[in-house]
Ligand binder design. Sequence first.
Ligand code: ARE
Length: 577
Amino acid sequence: MQKEAIYHRPKNNFAYAYDERTLHLRLKTKKDDTLSVTLIYGDPYDWKDNVWQYHKQKMLLTGSDDLFDYWTTSVEPPYRRMRYGFYLEDESESLVYTEKGFFTEQPLDTNDYFSFPFLNEIDVFKAPDWVKDTVWYQIFPERFANGDSSIDPKGVLPWGEYPPARDNFFGGDFQGVIDHLDHLTELGINGIYFTPIFKAKSNHKYDTIDYLEIDPQFGDKETFKQLIKACHERGIKVMLDAVFNHSGYYFEPFQDLLKNGEDSKYKDWFHVRSFPIETKPLPSYDTFAFEASMPKLNTENPEVKEYLLQVGKYWVEEFDIDGWRLDVANEIDHQFWRDFRRTVKQIKPELYILGEIWHDSMPWLQGDQFDAVMNYPMTSALLDHFAHETISVETMADRLTSLLHSYPDNVNEVAFNLLGSHDTPRMLTLANDRKDLVKLMYMLQFSFPGTPCIYYGDEIGMKGGADPGCRECMIWDKTEQDTELFDFLEELISLRKSHSAFGNSGSFHFVSAKDGVIQYKKETTTETLLFLINSSEVIQSVEDLSLSNETTSLFGNKIKPNTALTLEPFGYEIISL
Ligand code: ARE
């Protein structure tokens, strides 16, 4: 056995509390190197006649990527504490792996084992229950619908008649969203994520001027209340964007700093590198990227922190919003986010906190900061295979398997799974207008653990390149909408709702990935679904199916129903086993 490849470390994604009674344990070994893994575990204080009372439990191989196998099991230790180790076997040897290393014989002293000291309920990662069953829809308010031309910003352009530019305006507003809620209800979505709505100068509003005011081009607080009410009446949750990493240039404290320099009472609200303040050639203060118009806020300053926490509270308390999406979340200190969570959850325990992080995010997902992050690693695995065609199905499955094993299951269940956003080119454009590929991506996105999000307009086949190209005006003329894509998504959403295994209660694992076909299974105690996706341009036979007479097809476009299933080029099939 390749000992160097064997890895476990308590907490994080390797030993964590799934709920207040259950622990999940995982072990990583070299791929195809170990035949079986058994967990050896017991209560650290359970001794009889000087012998530790341990138990054994086989671990399941829950996935493999290109280099590693991942083994998983779950245990409910009666006293919520555990010492444990792993017994590994291959054809020629067996060994025991514990915190003290490798043994040929099982160690007798519990101090040699790994320790999960105690499962304290308060430390369990817990996202709001409703999130699991949510299908999100992202709205960039300036471009969704113009419902009230009396509040149009200066120089507004006729809807959709010009391409989106960095600095043009089309007058999208809250009334426009209210007017089009039927479109969302018909599709089946039950959560909206709005990019920023607070007073700001730009069309994207990430350069906040006032965190406590709504941008007048969108409406007033009264209209916003109506919008929330209308959403809630339809069972739609509302999430807003919190841009706390930086303010806008015209934020009053920053203006005061510009005016009064070192004498400004807001001097410590920002990270000034040197006085006098310069914006060019590079800003003399920390910013988002090198954007002079986005000075970084000093969230370690208690005044700033208090101010932003009040902002976080205000929109929950006064407007009953259901979630906060946190912009540039990974550049703000962890202490801030811990206090943020405590503050907003005190008012509304069921509030969802979603961090914008594009990379590995375990440090923020320990239960004390965020409920989820935007799952861009999933996005890129799917796009790289289906759209960019730079990786095979095998590699895509490898990347998704290692992603799933890099987080606890309860974290995966509420991951925010997107295929595009206001920061990325649209998926149809990336897929070179290949609708059949877009459908396959949706199929995988909607059945992947987590909660899917649709970027406005993608459901009707809108196209667009990189920011600002992906922010064009929503197309409302029915004759220009791609209703085939809309219907396809509507079907996926309704399957998610009607089949527990399709939705978020099912376990997920790849059965195989080869010749352009991926097979994966989703299982609950009552239902097993097999998904087959052929991303190749040739007909593929899937021979190794154990289909019985009772097997029924739930959704698909295969050509020959048989025990060996034949999938069309870009065909898919969901089978209830
Ligand atoms: C503007 C122009 C762009 C231009 C950019 C250059 O519109 O065309 O490329 O300036 O500086 C907001 C606006 C943007 C605007 C930007 C700056 O929406 O239109 O861009 O402000 O004025 C990283 C961050 C991540 C961030 C992305 C954009 O980690 O937090 O970059 N996303 C949020 C929002 C944005 C918003 C801001 C932050 C600023 O969602 O909409 O931009 O408030 C990799 C990296 C990631 C990186 C990602 C994208 O994968 O790993 O870290 O994200 O690429 O670049």
